[in-house]
Design a protein around this ligand. Structure first.
Ligand code: ADP
Ligand code: MG
Length: 486
């Protein structure tokens, strides 16, 4: 019997605002435990929350990027539960009227392979809420400790429809969301620090079955690899249960990275367990048409838009597009060079320079591309030297490239001249070497003249050696052939 996997995600994106969602406490990651906490974060009697406007801006940016309908009138609710890391005894969230509704994201789980397989995942809604604090279980031998610095940090929760069908699709979706939130500047998307994490709802059903199977929710996955392993384990476990004739129980489960297994945390709680009720201390969020226009106008072009431009205008292949559009900085840098070059035909050589040379340099040096000491026009000059035959590509990249980065002030042409790297197409220079060469190998010349034309490769090799690599190959071949055919 074959089964189909069905997955829906609840993704938490921690917003990169300076202060918390409902007060001025520092929202940055880390810090001395319990140093980013005021009476408001703790909901002491007499304090009142006030919504961080920047968090709303960020929610709207993401909503617009995902094609959601932006709710002109969203509201907050209290989700009540008791846990040590929740000092208020409730989480302020949006239950009834979330800020963004609907929308979708198209992802390609075939990116890693040559076979593209795009699928469109529908989004149910996105709501704004606050994070809880952190329980630390490994700091003290006998007690669990609490750090409330994170309590009240703004989160967006993206809830998808159960449209995902495999661990690969989940990884592709998470990767796409990470790129998008970074692109929009609303979150650092850092999974290790927990700025991006997800709850994975998994069920299986017999192939062809229309109804959804009973699902389990695996909580708080904070790496792509864990997501993949948790899903693979859950799918096997649930199929095992069905095959043995039993039924999957709806549960909330945890993932143990050590063993790669999931374990039951509790039976699934229902909404009424939380006794949601409207938050009395926060007014509705009213968003006007004009406000939405302003946010829209302040947004950068989206990744898909630039990808389309790279494909259609610059005729770049998919692999290049994936690399150049991996983040906004790289995409913008490419466009800067491409526009400066003034002609689309140079796009591929610019792309090669960025992908093969500049990105590896940027990773090693930890210097962002747009802070590169060599200016965009400097790089174009380097490409000019190669394309006009004045410099061989290997000399350009192996010798001039590192030298330029060390002496960024000099122009590539000047530096190449100083380093004596430029190739020569000068006919006197080439004539002289060719004449010397023919004198040196009279038997080979005779063989060539008898018809062994393949020897041109040998002559070119020798000529290159004699010129110390400075002969421009096309011109040199022409001079040699003319002499040999005399
Ligand atoms: P709840 O509010 O009880 O957590 P929701 O209906 O809001 O439940 O769904 C939460 C998430 O679970 C959504 O991402 C949804 O797509 C997903 N989901 C719902 N039913 C299933 C199912 N049968 N299999 C897999 N995922 C599901
Ligand atoms: Mg849920």
């Amino acid at each position: 019997m074959s089964y189909e996997t069905v997955i829906g995600l609840e993704i938490h994106v921690q917003l990169a605002t300076r202060s918390k969602a409902f007060c001025a406490d520092d929202a940055s990651f880390g810090g001395t435990p319990n140093s980013h906490v005021s009476a408001i974060s703790l909901a002491h009697p007499g304090t009142l929350p006030r919504l961080n406007a920047r968090a709303v801006d960020y929610a709207v940016r993401l909503g617009l990027a995902l094609g959601c309908k932006i709710n002109p009138h969203s509201t907050f609710d209290r989700k009540n539960y008791f846990y040590a890391d929740l000092p208020k005894g409730f989480q302020t969230t949006q239950d009834r009227n979330p800020v963004c509704i609907g929308g979708s994201l198209t992802v390609d789980s075939g990116r890693e392979t040559a076979v593209r397989s795009p699928s469109t995942i529908r989004i149910h809604h996105i709501h704004l809420e606050e994070d809880a604090g952190k329980s630390l279980h490994d700091q003290d031998p006998s007690d669990s400790l609490i750090d409330l610095n994170r309590a009240g940090v703004p989160l967006l929760e993206i809830v998808t429809e159960p449209d995902l069908r495999s661990a690969e699709e989940v990884a592709a979706f998470m990767t796409e969301i990470r790129r998008l939130v970074r692109w929009l500047g609303i979150s650092d998307g850092n999974m290790e620090e927990g700025s991006l994490r997800c709850d994975v709802n998994v069920s299986v059903r017999k192939s062809g079955e229309k109804e959804l199977g009973q699902r389990c929710e695996v909580k708080n996955i904070n790496s792509m690899r864990f997501a993949r392993r948790a899903i693979e384990f859950e799918v096997k476990r649930q199929i095992g249960i069905l095959e043995s004739g039993s039924r999957v129980a709806q549960e909330t489960r945890g993932f143990d990275a050590g063993t790669g297994t999931t374990y039951s945390l509790r039976e699934k709680e229902d909404a009424h367990d939380y006794r949601y009720f409207p938050e009395p201390d926060l007014p509705p969020v009213v968003l006007t048409e004009q406000y939405l226009r302003e946010i829209k106008n302040g947004m950068p072009p989206l990744p898909v838009e630039l990808e389309t431009e790279f494909r259609e205008k610059y005729k770049l292949p998919d692999q290049d597009i994936d690399m150049l559009a991996q983040d906004r900085e790289t995409a913008v840098y490419f466009l800067k060079l491409a526009k400066l070059a003034g002609s689309e035909t140079r796009a591929k050589s610019i792309s090669n320079l960025i992908i093969n040379k500049l990105l590896p340099w940027s990773v090693t040096s930890k210097i962002p591309l747009d802070e590169c000491p060599v200016s965009p026009s400097g790089w174009l000059e380097l490409l000019d030297l190669i394309e006009s035959g004045q410099l061989s590509a290997s000399t350009a990249y192996q010798r001039l490239f590192p030298a330029l980065l060390e002496k960024p002030a000099g122009s590539p042409t000047r530096l190449a001249t100083e380093m004596n790297l430029l190739q020569s197409a000068d006919s006197d220079f080439l004539d002289q070497i060719a004449a010397e060469l023919l004198d040196r190998f009279p038997e080979k010349v005779a063989e060539y003249r008898k018809g062994k034309k393949g020897l041109i490769g040998f002559f070119m090799g020798e000529l290159m050696k004699m010129s110390k690599g400075k002969a421009e190959p096309k011109a040199a071949t022409k001079v040699l052939e003319d002499k040999l055919n005399e």
